[in-house]
Design a protein around this ligand. Structure first.
Ligand code: MF3
Ligand code: CO
Length: 265
């Protein structure tokens, strides 16, 4: 049964619900890992999308994104200045020097897991590596702050504070989110302190934290395909995401995987 926080309407998960969310999260992480392993110069984003469908079928789950508000892909694959929601295409070929953002959301036994990472292909410029490292670090800083009793706005504000030190900007048009049986539940989890977030974290809350960080302007536009978000200045963008559970002992990453970049310590 779903407990719910009276003040905010945010679900507080327990028992079998948590088991279901953990299973979905671990499965989403496995599919992301398998999908990332295919990334190389010369492969098309359409091939990666099709392979992801097979990985999901093999893992006994399905895409949480396909048909969501009409989304046509199994996963999201966004290159370089594409921020999020890129759609795999047979004629879109990955090249050396690209950064590839892959976002995988699955439904398993009715529960959702959602996670994303950025992947460099071959040699990338040092400032782009720094963008990836700062973004991944901001995700883990935010996770470590996601303690029971903490104000959610502090978690959100930590993302912008960290990446600002490097001169990078956070995207404000898209946010992280609560999730459970649906991909997007309360609360919204922006990557900055909007000043409007009243939520205090409690054990049983499940949220996806997903920093989207730009090298230049924070402004993004959506392409004519009605999905792909791109930076307005054409500069690169980075994205990392985990689903986490707030427990009495602190945050638990429900989508565990190895980090891409070294922690900043
Ligand atoms: N991780 C993203 C999100 O939670 C991916 C959604 S893609 C969509 O918003 F197609 F489902 F919208
Ligand atoms: Co998400």
């Amino acid at each position: 049964m779903k407990r719910s926080n009276g003040q905010t309407g945010i679900a507080l998960r327990q028992g079998a619900e948590i088991d279901g969310l953990r299973e979905a999260g671990h499965t989403a992480a496995k599919v992301l890992r398998q999908t990332v392993a295919l990334v190389r110069s010369g492969i098309s984003t359409g091939e990666i999308d099709a392979a992801a469908a097979q990985f999901m079928a093999d893992a006994g789950c399905r895409s949480a994104f396909l048909n969501y508000k009409g989304y046509p892909g199994q996963i999201c694959i966004s290159l370089n200045e594409e921020v999020v929601h890129g759609i795999g295409r047979a004629r879109r070929i990955i090249q050396n020097g690209d950064i590839v953002k892959i976002d995988v959301g699955v439904v398993k036994n009715g529960w959702i897991g959602d996670n994303a990472t950025s992947v460099p292909v071959g040699a990338i410029p040092p400032e782009v590596h720094q963008l990836l490292r700062a973004t991944e670090e901001s995700l883990h800083t935010a996770i470590s702050l996601a303690q029971p009793g903490e104000m959610l706005r502090k978690v959100c504000g930590s993302v912008e504070a960290l990446v600002q030190r490097f001169g990078f900007t956070v995207v404000k048009q898209f946010v992280g989110h609560g999730l459970g049986r649906k991909l997007h539940e309360k609360p919204e989890v922006p990557n900055y302190d909007s000043g409007r977030i009243k939520t205090r974290l409690e054990p049983g809350m499940v949220i996806a934290i997903e920093p989207m960080v730009n090298m230049g302007t924070s402004e993004v536009d959506v392409l004519a395909d009605r999905w792909t978000a791109v930076t307005r200045d054409g500069k690169p963008s980075s994205h990392f995401e985990h689903t986490i559970l707030i427990t009495a002992d602190g945050p638990e990453i429900l989508t565990p995987r190895e980090r891409l970049t070294l922690p900043m310590a």
